[in-house]
Design a protein around this ligand. Sequence first.
Ligand SMILES: C[S@@+](CC[C@H](N)C(=O)[O-])C[C@H]1O[C@@H](n2cnc3c(N)ncnc32)[C@H](O)[C@@H]1O
Length: 205
Amino acid sequence: MTGTGRFDQAAATWDLSDRRVQLARAVAEAISSRLSLSRAWSVLDFGCGTGLLTLALARNVGSITGADTSSGMLKTLAGKAEAQGITVGLQALDVTGTGNLGGPYHLIVSCMTLHHIADVPDLFRQFLRHLHPGGGVALADLDQEDGSFHEEASGVQHKGFAREQVKIWLEDAGFQEVRIETATTTHKGGRDYPVFLATAARDQA
Ligand SMILES: C[S@@+](CC[C@H](N)C(=O)[O-])C[C@H]1O[C@@H](n2cnc3c(N)ncnc32)[C@H](O)[C@@H]1O
């Protein structure tokens, strides 16, 4: 099954996992304590899935858009947003590229999606182009692991990341003020997997 097909199939039951719900909540808390979120900001959640992070941040920002390659995930997010009375923008992404991210945004967030992206340096360059001057990113994903995190590896491009590598990619893309800290630790199959939060800013020019 393709990565997208796998996520389409998983969308309806994705939120039944307490681990995923708690992970996204912890990432939302880490973002909120790292950044002073503003009701004036437009935000993109890249690889939003069912919107666990999107909806956790929505009431603290001006507008938020969930972008994903899985139509099943976007459909589930749309239903949840309507049920909660929250307005969310939806952006369907083409699997062959991410050129239709929309924006510009004040902030781009992401939770557990970077490891599905083959060319992360290119993605970071695209993020920079879709930000307002002075905007920023807040990106959460697994620290480097041994491959044991995913039982189903289709669509998995990276076994987590070395933080130093993420910092270099962000700086090479043109980001400044890169900070990478532990957002939370997720527990799966009796093991602990630390999750980092990388924040960085586009310059004001
Ligand atoms: C592990 S899930 C995380 C979902 C959500 N952020 C969360 O924390 O629950 C990864 C998400 O990335 C999406 N995805 C995979 N490849 C993608 C790509 N190239 N561009 C955008 N989204 C992608 C999947 O459809 C899926 O919804």
